[in-house]
Design a protein around this ligand. Structure first.
Ligand SMILES: [Zn+2]
Length: 299
């Protein structure tokens, strides 16, 4: 039965309209982009929540081309550790949500790619330039499309604010210029030594995690992005509450807690942001059905 249009939420309607025939291709995770991103919606969090966007923390001195190049290398490192789940329908679904979410930002033109990785670790990662990965360990804990969009939006916020470039710059002895040098060298034919250095720095960054302040910023900004996409802004809070309810000794959470502030701290920081919004909204039956179809089948 098809629900009357007025009962469908905004994301449901727009996803129905925007579902394209793009098949998700694992190889394309590392490839260039077909990039359908619109970019007409300018995202300005400052308009909605003052104080969330801290310009001083944003890295601006890197070309987008270099950023994308580093991201491609970082994605290769991550994909060397975990492989995408072999479920094209699920991958396509996650990509559609991801693309809809990034279209709410002013960096929709990046070659965004979204993939679910097979891993018991409960985690999600992003690389510069727009590769977003979510583990099936985390996916299995989510209960709605809004929660999935919340996780994706958090990662999208890291990319928009170039948090990874900032973290890599702090690891590189030459700072940002050292990172840019590695990226440029990639295009010009990099020596083995430079490849080893880049892979080492990337691994180090993912093991150490990002700056705590950047994690809180990604929570706040991600919440706003998800809400602009029409999703319940309280969904990230629900995900954090789920994580908070799991025994921290659980081995699946080890890397998450090593690289992120405790869920309870993140919930505290999110509280003032959520005060800007109305009460949590229930997911529309259509979105819930779609989430169950693609994600439920997988678990
Ligand atoms: Zn994060």
């Amino acid at each position: 039965m098809i629900a009357p249009l007025q009962t469908l939420s905004l994301p449901a309607l727009l996803l129905m309209l925007s579902f394209s025939a793009h098949a998700f291709d694992f190889g394309s995770v590392l490839g260039g982009g077909d990039d359908s991103g619109g970019g007409s919606n300018v995202f300005d969090i400052g308009e909605m929540i003052s104080g969330v966007k801290d310009i001083s923390r944003t890295i601006t001195g890197i070309d987008e081309e270099d950023e994308i190049e580093i991201g491609r290398d970082a994605a290769a490192v991550l994909l060397g550790a975990s492989k995408p789940v072999n479920d094209p329908e699920l991958q396509r679904y996650v990509n559609r949500i991801g693309r809809w979410v990034v279209n709410q930002t002013d960096r929709a033109h990046l070659p965004w790619r979204f993939a679910v990785l097979r891993s018991n670790a409960v985690n999600a990662f992003a690389t510069p330039g727009g590769n977003i990965f979510i583990t099936d360990g985390l996916l299995d804990l989510l209960t709605s499309e809004a929660e999935l969009a919340a996780v994706i939006s958090h990662e999208v916020a890291h990319v928009i604010q170039k948090h990874h470039i900032k973290a890599m710059s702090s690891l590189n002895t030459s700072g940002l210029s050292g990172v840019i040098k590695l990226a440029s060298a990639t295009r010009e034919g990099r020596s083995n030594q430079m490849t080893t250095q880049l892979v080492g720095e990337v691994k180090d960054m993912y093991l150490r995690g990002l700056d705590k302040g950047d994690e809180f910023e990604a929570d706040s900004m991600g919440t706003v992005i998800a809400s602009r996409a029409g999703y319940d802004p309280f969904a990230l809070m629900a995900v954090l509450q789920t994580l908070d309810s799991i025994d921290p000794e659980n081995s699946g959470l080890a890397l998450l807690y090593k690289t992120h502030p405790p869920a309870s701290d993140r919930l505290d920081k999110l509280e003032p942001v959520l005060e800007q919004f109305d009460e949590p909204a229930e997911e529309s039956p259509m979105l819930q059905k779609r989430f169950n179809k693609y994600v439920g089948k997988h678990s």
